[in-house]
Design a protein. Structure first.
Length: 150
């Protein structure tokens, strides 16, 4: 069970990347975005399934490692980038801007993202990234609609 939890929470080992594992996981998560993009229902099912599984798995891993939000747990970045790009056209400009915007919002934890980080266990690990993804998604929708980003 512990090995499966590690594989899941580190997104098949991406969390062990020696430099910027969160950024590597965000890039790896874009692969899932492209895999599920053809069906909005499939995309949403995959995204919410990962989220629902990730909360208890991240809580378990946090306890096992005796560390608050360990850097190797990167499933939150995968779910976050999925939230960031849901319902958007997968053109290179949108994906690239979405990638960098999500990473910035995830790292800087703009209010109220920073409040979600304080939630206990897996909730805090996951929901600050979900909120950063939501912010990214809203900004991208506005940019596409009013600034012609596409």
């Amino acid at each position: 069970m512990k090995i499966l939890a590690i594989l899941f929470a580190t997104f098949l080992g991406v969390g062990f990347f020696p430099v910027a594992p969160g950024t590597a996981a965000t890039a790896a998560g874009i692969v899932l975005v492209f895999l599920f993009h053809s069906s909005l229902i499939g995309y949403l099912v995959a995204m919410f399934s990962l989220l629902i599984i990730a909360v208890p798995v991240c809580s378990y891993m946090e306890k096992q490692l005796n560390q608050k939000d360990p850097g190797m747990l990167v499933i939150d970045e995968v779910v976050g980038i999925m939230v960031a790009l849901v319902g958007l056209p997968l053109r290179s400009s949108v994906v690239i801007v979405g990638f960098f915007l999500f990473r910035a919002l995830d790292m800087f934890k703009i209010y109220p993202v920073n409040k979600f980080e304080g939630l206990p266990g897996g909730l805090g690990i996951m929901f600050d990234d979900v909120m950063a993804g939501l912010y990214t998604n809203i900004i991208l929708h506005i940019a596409i609609r009013y600034a012609g980003l596409v």
